[in-house]
Design a binder for this molecule. Structure first.
Ligand code: BG6
Ligand code: MG
Length: 218
C-alpha cells in the first residue's frame, strides 16, 4: 500500500497555503485558496512557478530558489508547532489494521519535509519504505515516486494500492499501473478507481472488497 502524505494522512495544505500566501503578498501577486488547489501534489519549485504565472512574472533561477527557501522556512515554522493530533481522522487506525494484516506500507510524497512530518505525527514506525521529494527526480504525474515505493516493498506495481488526494498523484498511480483510491469526491477526482472522503470508519475489509469488485464508492 502506498500513501501520499499531504491531504491523505494530514491536512498540511492549509500550512502550504499560509506560507505561499505570505510570499505572494510580498511579491504583490494575488493568490487565494482556489489558486492553492493547483499547487496540490506538485513540487515546491513548480508551486512557485505557478504563482509566478498567476502574477505574470518572470524570475531568475537564483531568485526562485531564494523565495522557495523563504517559503519553506515559513512552512516549517507552522509544521514545528503541529501536534500529532493533526493526523487525519481514521488514519492511525487504518495504518494499524493494514500493518496487522501484513500489508507492506510505503510513503509516496513530493514533499521534502515528509520525514519531519511523519515524526511530528508519530507515524514513522508504520512505514516500511519512505519515498519522498528527496528521492525522486521526476515529480507526479510521473509514476517514479510510486514505482520506487513498490520496488522497496518488493511488490509488482499491479499488486499495489495508492491512496491519493491530487489529480497529479492519481495520474502518477495510473501511469504506474496501480489501483488508486482517491481521497475526496468523485467530482473532484473523476479518474480515481474508488473514492472515499477519508479514512474515518474505513476498514481493510471494505478496501479489499472494493478492490475485488472495482466499485467506485465505499
Ligand atoms: C506535496 C504537496 O505533497 O508536497 C505540495 O501536495 C507541495 O503542495 C509538495 O508543494 C512539496 O512539499 P515540500 O514540503 O517539499 O515543500
Ligand atoms: Mg497530496
Amino acid at each position: 500500500m502506498l500513501f501520499d502524505l499531504d491531504g491523505v494522512l494530514v491536512d498540511t495544505a492549509k500550512y502550504h497555503f499560509l506560507a505561499w500566501r505570505e510570499i505572494a503578498k510580498e511579491l504583490k501577486i494575488p493568490f487565494d485558496e482556489k489558486d492553492n488547489e493547483r499547487l496540490k501534489g506538485v513540487s515546491r519549485m513548480r508551486s512557485f512557478e505557478i504563482i509566478l504565472e498567476i502574477g505574470n512574472r518572470l524570475m531568475s533561477e537564483e531568485e526562485k530558489e531564494f523565495y522557495c527557501a523563504k517559503k519553506n522556512e515559513r512552512y516549517l515554522s507552522y509544521i514545528k508547532e503541529m501536534p500529532s493530533s493533526e493526523v487525519l481522522p481514521g488514519v492511525r487506525e487504518f495504518l494499524t489494521d493494514a500493518h496487522a494484516a501484513g500489508y507492506g506500507i510505503a510513503l509516496g510524497s513530493a514533499s521534502k519535509n515528509s520525514r519531519l512530518i511523519l515524526e511530528r505525527l508519530e507515524l514513522t514506525g508504520y512505514f516500511d519504505a519512505i519515498i519522498d521529494g528527496t528521492k525522486v527526480e521526476k515529480a507526479k504525474p510521473d509514476p517514479e515516486v510510486f514505482l520506487k515505493g513498490a520496488q522497496e516493498l518488493g511488490l509488482p506495481p499491479e499488486e499495489c494500492i495508492v491512496f491519493e488526494d491530487s489529480q497529479a498523484g492519481l495520474q502518477a498511480a495510473h501511469a504506474g499501473k496501480m489501483f488508486c483510491v482517491g481521497i475526496g469526491t468523485p467530482q473532484r477526482l473523476p479518474e480515481a478507481d474508488l473514492c472515499m472522503p477519508g479514512f474515518a470508519g474505513v476498514t481493510m475489509q471494505q478496501i479489499e472488497k472494493a478492490l475485488l469488485s472495482h466499485s467506485r464508492t465505499l
